[in-house]
Design a protein around this ligand. Structure first.
Ligand code: ZN
Length: 256
């Protein structure tokens, strides 16, 4: 029985039947880190973690959406403070790369940076790891903030970026995770080829759908086994060793 941890999934975005299916019909020993998009999403992830012992919830506000007002933000932070013991990590937080690209020229990033810094300070104060959405040009901005607050435990999920920023993440000891698109995306293969093996985790970002061999399939954490095989092939290391290493990395990042 394979031991798998999906280090980044939006379990709250699946309906109840799909979640039952994920946990009851799998032959693997499966655990997940379920990240949140907003306060309602945090509440559902917390409820799920009470029903399913293998769910660990992360609380935050997904950056790829309109900025909430001050009232909404302060409500979220008060709720997080109240539930800090049940909280495995701060996440999903970061900067809105894709949203900004869509609205190029008329987009104000400052409010997002300010909100992210508030989450970073929370993570620091409460000694929680942080699950980040920060790709391409946004990654250096996020790195500056993490360095400013001396954050050690940072996880850049589904990371994509130029080699200069990849080197900076490596030298800071940050973790990145790869999704099932490692099987068919050259850009991802090129990063995981040289990223330190002890700083890698696997994820699905489910229910996000994938292409290639996964086209048309609902995203399931068991897809990680295929991703790990792809990584083993790229690194020319036996699959069982890679799987064990990825598992241990995720335990040391999220379970300590
Ligand atoms: Zn996500």
């Amino acid at each position: 029985m394979a031991k798998i941890i999906d280090s980044h999934i939006h379990l709250d975005q699946y309906d109840d039947d799909a979640i039952t299916e994920i946990f009851n019909r799998t032959t693997h020993q499966l655990s997940v880190i379920s990240v949140s998009n907003d306060l309602d999403s945090c509440k559902r992830n917390l409820d799920l973690s009470n029903v399913y012992p293998h769910v660990r919830p992360a609380f935050g506000f997904h950056p790829e959406q309109s900025l909430p007002g001050d009232q909404v933000i302060s409500e979220l932070f008060s709720w997080m403070e109240l539930h800090k013991e049940e909280m495995s990590a701060v996440g999903e937080v970061g900067l809105p790369y894709y949203l900004r690209k869509k609205h190029s020229g008329i987009f104000q990033i400052e409010g997002y940076i300010e909100l992210l810094e508030a989450f970073i300070k929370f993570a620091k104060k409460r000694d929680k790891p942080i699950a980040l959405h920060a790709v391409y040009d946004d990654a250096p901005i996020v790195c500056n903030l993490l360095e400013k607050h001396s954050i050690q435990k940072a996880h850049f999920h589904w990371f994509k970026g130029e080699s200069a920023i990849v080197r900076r993440l490596i030298s800071n000891g940050y973790y990145i995770s790869f999704t099932p698109d490692i099987i068919y995306e050259r850009e991802i293969q090129d990063i995981v080829r040289y990223y330190p093996l002890d700083r890698l985790m696997a994820e699905t970002d489910g229910p996000w759908p994938f292409e290639g061999p996964f086209k048309g399939q609902p995203t399931h954490p068991a897809m990680i086994l295929r991703s790990i095989k792809a990584l083993a092939h790229i690194r020319k290391i036996p699959s069982e060793i890679v799987q064990r290493q990825i598992y241990d990395n995720t335990v040391s990042f999220y379970y300590n």
